[in-house]
Write a protein that binds this ligand. Structure first.
Ligand code: SF4
Ligand code: FE
Length: 483
């Protein structure tokens, strides 16, 4: 079975006995919890669309390893076409969910670990690439969703892992056994781990020789003893517990993040992809971050499409659609959004093969892509709020709207243009609120800043990849300066 249906995916996640906490309580059935279910629905979309003939080329590929049709989210990129199609697939999913659909972190971890393990093995004589390939083929064959866990809590940012007051602030090996290792630590901001079958753990930063125990990469299933999840709080999350659907804004889809705790988790040797080779930690981080920075040139653009559409709809409902400044604001939003897409496509088109044979994006352009993503969605949100008007944050609740006395009053005073029901106006305003300030803003606005690395992380890479020496030489040549 190389492709699961959406329903099979939901059932497969439901059957994993995960240890999950939310609001101080253990959640026995996360797949059916009203706050958590929308995020599961978003990942489900990666399965549902793969079943549709019109999306087959974008959502699936024939695996060069198994010869079977597999979901692109489990694929190893073999060309610049693959890299571009990845971005296009992510834009499509952003459009269909208006949320973070989570499955990309595993795809990006797959491709980073694939090439890095190959190069570690070449140099260190290890067998990590074979370990990883066996894991990867299993994920492809069973069409699994995989989380990619990189970000450690990091404690005192001025100190390396081994110098932290609490040694667990970076995930580490605490025991080495003949059959594997035992690890302790945590991974923060884990997008989608709750909706994943497996998690790939990677080191969080470049490391020195003293950080040997911290240079560890591996994969474990979500029901591994000692692994538990504390779900992150999101703005407006408890609206999902209320009666009615209007106030949620996007009732069907969402994203989810968790603090994933590894309390003495055992990892068998066959599931280890890096173990003490500190000099390769930086390479793995750089590659994973690069792929995920490319990803943002797809997913955030798709969500941006929804927000631009919502802004245009509310302009229609408000009767402002023909105003020149509104039209110009929609043009500006489109310009910013398509600029992000250009970056995603450009870093893909300039991709190159690694020694392992898979394709890497152009790292400089991928970092420029993500740097723009730390800015443009903020401006797109600002313009959407401008077009929407203040009612977006002052409108009464659905309970008031359904109330026998208040409902008709709200209906009368909050209507816009003739012929459009007040409820439609409220619905589109709540969607804009959801994307700009509510639960989905975690995945659109703030995640645009911090996801795939905060702005400064990209600036470091831009400095490293920008080749300033070459630019100086160009200037000196034209100025006829001979030193
Ligand atoms: Fe995918 Fe975007 Fe979510 Fe990352 S932020 S997992 S790229 S949808
Ligand atoms: Fe993200």
């Amino acid at each position: 079975m190389a492709l699961m249906t959406g329903e099979q995916y939901i059932e497969s996640i439901r059957s994993i006995p995960m240890e999950v906490y939310l609001f101080g309580q253990r959640i026995e059935h996360p797949a059916d919890h009203p706050i958590l279910r929308p995020a599961l629905n978003s990942v489900r979309m990666t399965y549902d669309l793969a079943q549709l003939p019109e999306y087959q080329d974008l959502m699936t590929v024939i695996s060069p390893d198994t010869g079977e049709r597999i979901n692109r989210f489990t694929h190893i990129h073999r060309s610049t076409d693959d890299l571009r199609n990845k971005v296009k697939m992510q834009r499509l999913l952003g459009q269909k969910t208006g949320a973070c659909f989570q499955r990309c972190v595993g795809m990006d971890a797959f491709n980073a670990v694939y090439s890095t393990t190959y190069e570690v093995d070449q140099q260190a004589g290890t067998c990590y690439h074979e370990n990883f390939k066996a894991f990867m083929l299993d994920c492809q064959t069973r069409d699994l969703t995989v989380d990619g866990a990189m970000t450690d809590p990091k404690g005192d940012r001025s100190k390396p892992p081994h110098a932290q007051a609490d040694p667990d602030l970076f995930l580490r090996v605490v025991e080495r056994r003949a059959d594997g290792v035992v690890v302790c630590g945590a991974k923060a901001h884990q997008t989608g781990i709750l909706n994943s079958h497996e998690v790939i753990v990677m080191p969080t930063q470049a490391m020195g020789p003293e950080d040997k125990d911290y240079a560890i990469s591996f994969a474990v299933p979500l029901d591994t003893p000692g692994l538990f999840l504390i779900i992150g709080r999101q703005s407006c999350d408890t609206r999902k517990l209320e009666e009615g659907t209007l106030d949620v804004g996007n009732q069907e889809f969402g994203g989810v993040e968790a603090l994933a705790v590894f309390d003495h988790v055992f990892v068998p040797n066959s599931r280890i992809f890096l173990n003490g080779e500190t000099s390769f930690a930086g390479m793995l981080v750089e590659r994973f971050a690069g792929y995920h920075r490319q990803s943002y040139g797809g997913c955030k653009v798709g969500v941006g499409d929804v927000l631009i559409g919502a802004a245009a709809v509310i302009a229609d409902y408000n009767g402002t659609a023909k105003a020149a400044h509104i039209r110009d604001k929609l043009i500006e939003m489109t310009h910013l959004n398509e600029t992000l897409y250009c970056c995603g496509i450009a870093c893909s088109s300039e991709g190159m093969p690694t020694p392992s044979g898979n394709y890497m994006i152009d790292l400089l352009l991928a970092n420029v892509c993500k740097q723009n993503v730390t800015r443009f969605p903020y401006e797109i949100v600002r313009l959407a709020e401008d077009i929407a008007g203040g009612l977006m944050v002052t409108a009464p609740s659905e309970a008031d709207f359904r109330h026998p006395k208040l409902g008709p009053v709200i209906d009368k005073y909050l209507q816009g243009v003739d012929g459009v029901p007040t409820e439609h106006r409220l619905r589109i305003l709540r969607l804009i609120e959801n994307l700009s300030l509510g639960a989905a803003a975690v995945g659109y606005r703030t995640e645009s800043l911090h996801g795939a690395g905060s702005p400064q992380a990209q600036r470091i890479m831009i400095a490293r990849q920008g080749n300033l020496a070459h630019k100086k030489a160009l200037a000196k040549a034209l100025a006829h300066i001979k030193e």
